[in-house]
Design a protein around this ligand. Structure first.
Ligand SMILES: [Zn+2]
Length: 71
């Protein structure tokens, strides 16, 4: 578990090959990513059946946790 750093999720934590919620076809990457507070929403579109669904990733720690200045 060393893959999460202090960066926002759209740089390295994008889920891939998420199975379609309707037909199960793996989708290479989400169509849309919307970062929120402590969670990120991913919008997936299945190209096999045109089904669209949203998956939300909840993070245990808030994204903005780094101190303002650590002099
Ligand atoms: Zn599908």
């Amino acid at each position: 578990m060393t893959k999460s750093k202090l960066v926002t999720a759209h740089t390295g934590d994008i889920p891939r090959h998420n199975p379609c919620a309707q037909c199960g076809t793996p989708i290479a990457q989400p169509d849309w990513i919307e970062p929120g507070e402590g969670r990120i929403s991913y919008l997936w579109t299945c190209h096999a059946c045109n089904y669209r669904f949203e998956a939300v990733a909840i993070y245990a720690h808030e994204i903005v946790e780094h101190p303002p200045l650590a002099a």
